[in-house]
Design a binder for this molecule. Structure first.
Ligand code: FAD
Length: 352
């Protein structure tokens, strides 16, 4: 099923129905791993996705690394057919051959996967910087090198078979953030929006955002997308802070602006893993509650392949109960409802 149909269903209903989704990175195998050990790692991955999906995920994604293409394609197929969860396979194209790209798309299709997150990806080490790459103007001639090319390529080759999504950047793509600055230039941000609209107009059904911690970037981004005529759903990407190291790595790589209060709290708790994880869960819960309060009904979690932080956030939001699947109706819209949730033990659902 195309994921967009699930999103449309959730927005059509008038019962505050919320949908949520989980993203996993393709597991890495140690170089020395035997075939048996690899199979064990793959099985453990599938078991984890199955456990989490059972909580009612509307879809799950698996990330792409060109160096482990076959692993990703196989696991995406297993997620779709063994677990039965609608699966969105990520696919990057920069640095891939046309044959490699087509093998990935065809491989996904032959395994029953019908949703792809079409990405440009990052240039391989030593390759020209992103801004210097010429769009391939594919139309059957060139090799896709950016998200726009890939959307066009998939539509050209497979028509409407795939449900497609693309990446969006509430703080603009990192290439638009100049050295020495922590925010994009206004011009760079606007260029990025115009380019994003092209990706949507080329046939992408929805946008998944890069992670963010400053909520104002996300809400402004949604408004700005609407201003320039992007009408499709914009699904916020949420990364609960799970450890100091991963927080540092992710925010540095993605050039995420972290509000001072959050930065200071993370620094204060950095030597206490348990306290930091608890803070990360509460912060993500508060962010999600605010997003839902503003009428957005889709939440996408960067799980970092960890079960508990994301499930804890969903429990606090009242979207997952214990180990069981419960009707996914947001428990925090009305004043009365909010009190009921707090009485049930779900505290701080909506920031004051
Ligand atoms: C939701 C999400 C999932 C991701 N999953 C993965 C993953 O699985 N594997 C992985 O390796 N990386 C992943 N990434 C990271 C991603 O590969 C990098 O952010 C990469 O630098 C850009 O990918 P993109 O698809 O946004 O690129 P593109 O759509 O190609 O564009 C990136 C930026 O480059 C500029 N640009 C590129 N082409 C053009 C053009 N033709 N005209 C004008 N401007 C252009 C724009 O500023 C644009 O925002 C993900 C990112 C997000 C937000």
């Amino acid at each position: 099923m195309h994921i967009i149909n699930k999103i449309k269903e959730s927005t059509k209903s008038d019962d505050n129905h919320v949908i949520f989704s989980f993203e996993y990175f393709t597991p890495k195998f140690p170089k020395s791993a035997t075939a048996e050990a690899r199979a064990e790692i793959a099985d453990a991955f599938i078991a984890k996705v199955a456990r989490m999906a059972a909580h009612g995920a509307s879809f799950c994604d698996i990330t792409w690394r060109p160096t482990s293409a076959d692993v990703t394609i196989n696991l995406a197929g297993r997620m779709q057919t063994e677990i039965g969860v609608d699966t969105m396979m990520h696919l990057t194209c920069l640095g891939m051959t046309l044959d490699g790209i087509n093998r990935a798309i065809d491989g996904a299709k032959s395994r029953g996967v019908s949703n792809i997150l079409a990405l440009g990806g990052d240039p391989p080490v030593g390759a020209p910087a992103l801004a210097a790459v010429e769009p391939a103007k594919v139309n059957g001639k060139g090799v896709p090198v950016c998200g726009l090319d890939l959307v066009e390529h998939i539509r050209l080759r497979h028509g409407d078979y795939f449900g497609l999504a693309v990446a969006g950047y509430p703080e603009a793509h990192p290439s638009k953030i100049l050295e020495g600055s922590d925010v994009a230039t206004k011009e760079g941000y606007e260029e990025d929006l115009v380019y994003l609209k092209k990706k949507v107009d080329a046939g992408s059904h929805f946008i998944v955002t890069q992670l963010f911690y400053d909520m104002s970037f996300f809400f402004d981004f949604v408004d700005d997308c609407r201003r320039i005529g992007i009408q499709c759903p914009i699904v916020p990407g949420i990364l609960p802070i799970v450890s100091y190291r991963s927080f540092q790595t992710m925010t540095k790589t993605c050039r995420t602006k972290v509000p001072t209060e959050i930065r200071e709290t993370v620094e204060r708790l950095k030597s206490d893993e348990v306290a930091l994880a608890a803070y990360g869960i509460q912060l993500a819960t508060d962010m999600c509650a605010e997003i839902l309060r503003r009428g957005i009904r889709e939440l996408h979690f960067y799980t970092m392949n960890r079960e508990e932080p994301t499930l804890a956030v969903l429990r606090r939001l009242g979207l997952v109960k214990g180990g069981e699947t419960v009707p996914r109706v947001l428990a925090v819209k009305e004043e009365g409802e909010e009190k009921k949730s707090v009485a049930n033990g779900a505290k701080n659902l909506v920031p004051a």
